[in-house]
Ligand binder design. Structure first.
Ligand SMILES: C[S@@+](CC[C@H](N)C(=O)[O-])C[C@H]1O[C@@H](n2cnc3c(N)ncnc32)[C@H](O)[C@@H]1O
Length: 270
């Protein structure tokens, strides 16, 4: 097993434990070692959603919230759109998105952890959601065709990926030309070294693996995004921030000399 595989397994195990704790009613998802490790606080989880949004959610979906922002507030979703949530966890952002896009739209949640998928499906059912589909798979190999999604959202997941360049390329592949990205993630200030980041928090705790601001911007530009912004919203440790990342997939990547990602046949999953 490679280091990458074992790190991914550790992430999967931690988030499976978090999902089981919520499903069994023995706690919230913020157990030790999860993204909001330590005290449940206002930097992570449902505290980042409006009271109105919290009222739209089943208790278990709110309890399982492990995000570091509120991507549904960023993405300005419209009726009838197709939305994809990368690392959908207990389903909070899929449920809120499905309500925004209405019955003519479709919200996909993608997650690699069986326990999270089971929790999300149950939460969506409890919320009366009919226009959501939860897929098992890796965000590094999205099991959807090219040019099939209007908006990609994600909440505190890309920092956990062991192959972030692949994730960004995959987002670019599945988005339609002109499609939008609205992500919440943990992002480091450029001044920090990777060693300094690791001193401030663990990989599964969403700190050590975070991209820096300029790495995010360069990574998105390299795979065909424009109007890129990485905006810090709240500091979670010295030089490490909750951030909102916005970008638009350029209309014609080939015209800009960018990689044109071919449709892949990835019907299965990991
Ligand atoms: C910090 S939690 C966030 C969950 C959710 N977005 C939220 O806001 O509550 C991270 C989630 O991403 C999933 N995940 C982490 N790495 C992944 C990967 N490489 N591919 C697919 N899912 C992944 C985990 O299983 C977990 O459910």
């Amino acid at each position: 097993m490679t280091t990458t595989d074992s790190l991914r397994d550790e992430v999967r195990r931690k988030y499976a434990e978090a999902a089981v704790a919520v499903a069994e009613g023995s706690g919230c998802g913020c157990g030790s070692g999860a993204c909001c490790e330590g005290d449940a606080n206002e930097d992570f989880g449902t505290a980042l959603y409006t009271l109105e949004q919290r009222g739209e959610l089943p208790d278990a979906a709110a309890l399982a919230s492990l995000g570091c922002g509120n991507p549904t507030a960023v993405a300005e979703l419209r009726e009838g759109e197709t939305v994809l949530d990368l690392g959908s966890g207990g389903g909070i952002d899929v449920i809120l998105s499905a309500k925004r896009i209405g019955p003519a739209g479709l919200a996909y949640g993608l997650d690699m952890t069986d326990e999270m998928l089971a929790l999300a499906r149950r939460n969506a059912e409890d919320a009366g959601i009919r226009n959501a589909v939860f897929l098992k798979g890796l965000i590094e190999k999205i099991p959807l065709p090219a040019n099939s999604v209007d908006v990609v959202i994600s909440n505190c997941v890309i920092n956990l990926s062991t192959a972030k360049a692949e994730v960004l390329l995959e987002i670019s592949r599945v988005l339609k030309p002109g499609g939008r990205l609205g992500i919440s993630d943990i992002v480091a200030e450029d001044r920090l070294t990777k060693e300094e980041q690791a001193e401030r928090g663990s990989y599964v705790g969403c700190i050590a693996g975070a991209l820096s601001k300029s790495e995010y911007e360069a990574g998105l530009e390299a795979v065909g995004f424009e109007d890129i912004s990485v905006e810090f919203t709240h500091e979670v440790a010295d030089g490490i921030h909750g951030a909102i990342i916005r970008a638009v997939k350029t209309g014609d990547p080939a015209a800009r000399g960018l990689p044109v990602v071919q449709p892949a046949t990835r019907a299965g999953c990991c």
